[in-house]
Design a protein around this ligand. Structure first.
Ligand code: FE
Length: 142
C-alpha cells in the first residue's frame, strides 16, 4: 500500500470510528474488529516509562505504568486497571475458549483479555494489545 492509499484508508477509518483520533489499519482491526497483534511485536511490550496508558481511539485513561509487568507472553501485561469504571469485561467463548474480553468502556474498543494468573496482590493479568493503547508520560516535577 503506498502512502496515498494508506492516508485514504486512514480517512475512511476515521469516518467509521467517528473519533478525533486517526487509527492505523492495524489499530482499527484490533480495536474495532477484535483482532490480536502478533506476540512480541507490539510497541509497548518493553516500554518502561512512567505514566498512563490510554485508549488509542478515545484517549480514556486505562492502565498505570505502576501495574505493568513482564508476563513473558509477548503482550503488554498489567496487574490492575487504573480505573475499573473505564474498563468493561465481557465473557468471550470464541475459538472454544472461555476467556474474559477487556474493552474500553467509553468507545467499546477491544483491548485484550483478562486472566487470573497474574502477580500478587491482585492475581490478575490484563493481557493488552499495544495497538489498542497510547501513552501519556508523567512529567517530572522539579
Ligand atoms: Fe476507547
Amino acid at each position: 500500500m503506498n502512502i496515498m492509499e494508506r492516508q485514504t484508508e486512514k480517512n475512511i477509518r476515521k469516518k467509521i470510528t467517528n473519533q478525533n483520533t486517526c487509527l492505523t489499519p492495524e489499530q482499527y482491526h484490533i480495536l474495532k474488529e477484535k483482532g490480536t497483534e502478533a506476540p512480541f511485536t507490539g510497541k509497548f511490550l518493553h516500554h518502561k516509562k512512567t505514566g498512563t496508558y490510554i485508549c488509542a481511539d478515545c484517549q480514556t485513561e486505562l492502565f498505570s505504568s505502576n501495574t505493568k509487568f513482564d508476563s513473558g507472553t509477548g503482550w503488554p501485561s498489567f496487574s490492575d486497571a487504573q480505573n475499573k469504571e473505564h474498563i468493561e469485561l465481557k465473557p468471550d467463548h470464541k475459538y472454544g475458549m472461555n476467556r474474559i474480553e477487556v474493552l474500553c468502556k467509553k468507545c467499546g474498543g477491544h483491548l485484550g483479555h483478562l486472566f487470573n494468573d497474574g502477580p500478587t496482590p491482585t492475581g490478575l493479568r490484563y493481557c493488552i494489545n499495544s495497538a489498542s493503547l497510547d501513552f501519556k508520560e508523567k512529567k517530572k516535577t522539579s
